[in-house]
Design a protein around this ligand. Structure first.
Ligand code: SF4
Length: 365
């Protein structure tokens, strides 16, 4: 079983799904504002605009990567897609069904089809439950999926599928390494044979060498089970390797959306260009050719986002119109298909062409 310390790396084509299938999950103008309460009477004095008008389509067999700095709204977006939270407004359809209009058993049925894998394998697994109970819990909640007598075998099959020893079914989470625990989380996520998996920073808490193993496993499962992924992460290297398309978020909005080649090879939004320019390049001969863009200023508060383009307070290309007019997410100026950018002055820039998690330097310290 591959584990920490082995030298497994990502292969260029291994993790990616097929993409290009029929739409399966469609988000339209999704908004989530959290009220801010203040004063003695706890009146609403403002709103944190965590997600503010996000639209996209996820296709069958596709992986859509969602990247952005902490606080950009990507995890809130993931919870909205799972309906772990109700949106302020907007719509999500799964296979043509309006998710937020479903109630009771119809919603429970829908929950089987969209599952989530959380970031932290150290805290997301109940330490008092055996691995068998953790992975098999969805069978207790959705009791008609697997008959009681067949659940132990079903759990063992799942453990085998994710590269764990089925004989370890009675062990507890603390008896596994970080990478193995995330495999347990993935086994639980796929237990009900979902069609869509929302992956919220699924490898962020893992060592670099283990990240590659888990991402490769997710690619294998995608191909074998026909899964579609929304893969949320702040690490652009990891996202590149698993994603067919990538969405970049800033302060609750999607600022660029395109294929992996378009986003990494020809980014058009200044924020995407800045993010990519900050990705470490291990090869010193390439480092000198990098046009590193250093963003100044802090990320503004989502409770009080800047007017116009939300990025204008940090953007080196900003002009007067940027502080008054909010740019829409529209097709790239040269008309390249399926590449959209929310910038009044979007233009293609080749910032970096070597972002490779398998070559990334090991973290120090
Ligand atoms: Fe920068 Fe203006 Fe484009 Fe916003 S619209 S990213 S401020 S150039």
């Amino acid at each position: 079983m591959p584990e920490s310390g082995s030298a497994q790396t990502l292969t260029a084509d291994a993790p990616k799904g097929h993409g290009g299938g029929e739409p399966i999950l469609v988000a339209k103008d999704l908004v989530k504002h959290y009220p801010i309460k203040g004063g003695v009477l706890r009146r609403t004095v403002g709103h944190v605009k965590a997600v503010d008008g996000v639209s996209f389509t996820l296709h069958r067999g596709e992986t859509l990567g969602v990247v952005g700095e902490s606080g950009c709204g990507k995890s809130t977006l993931g919870r909205l897609l799972m309906r772990l939270e109700e949106p302020t407004s907007g719509q999500v359809t799964f296979d043509g069904i309006d998710m937020y209009a479903q109630r009771g058993s119809a919603m429970r049925r829908l929950r089987r089809d969209i599952q989530i894998v959380f970031q932290d394998p150290y805290t997301s697994l109940n330490p008092r439950m055996t691995v068998g109970a953790i992975v098999g819990e969805p069978f207790e909640i959705h009791a008609d999926v697997v008959p009681k007598g067949g659940r132990r075998k079903a759990v063992q099959d799942l453990l085998d599928l994710v590269g764990l020893n089925p004989e370890h079914i009675n062990r507890y989470p603390h008896q596994f390494s970080g990478g193995q625990r995330q495999r347990i989380g993935i086994a639980r996520g796929i237990a009900l044979n979902p069609k869509v998996l929302i992956c919220d920073e699924p490898v962020s808490a893992l060592d670099v060498s283990v990240q590659a193993q888990v991402v490769n496993l997710m690619g294998k499962l995608q191909r074998e089970l026909g899964l579609s992924y929304v893969f949320i992460a702040h690490d652009l290297s990891v996202v590149r390797h698993i994603s067919d398309r990538v969405a970049v978020m800033y302060l609750g909005k999607m600022v660029e959306l395109g294929t992996e080649d378009q986003i990494y090879g020809h980014p058009t939004h200044p924020y995407t260009q800045a993010l990519l320019s900050a990705v470490p390049v291990p090869d010193p001969t390439l480092r000198g050719h990098r046009n590193q863009i250093v963003l100044t200023g802090d990320v503004p508060s989502p409770a009080n986002p800047p007017s116009g383009c939300r990025f204008h307070t940090r953007c080196w290309k900003a002009q007067e119109v940027c502080s008054t007019d909010d740019p829409a997410l529209v097709d790239r100026p040269d008309g390249a298909s399926a590449h959209q950018s929310a910038c009044h002055f979007a233009e293609v820039a080749k910032v970096v062409d070597t972002v490779d998690v398998s070559q990334r330097p090991e973290p120090t310290g």
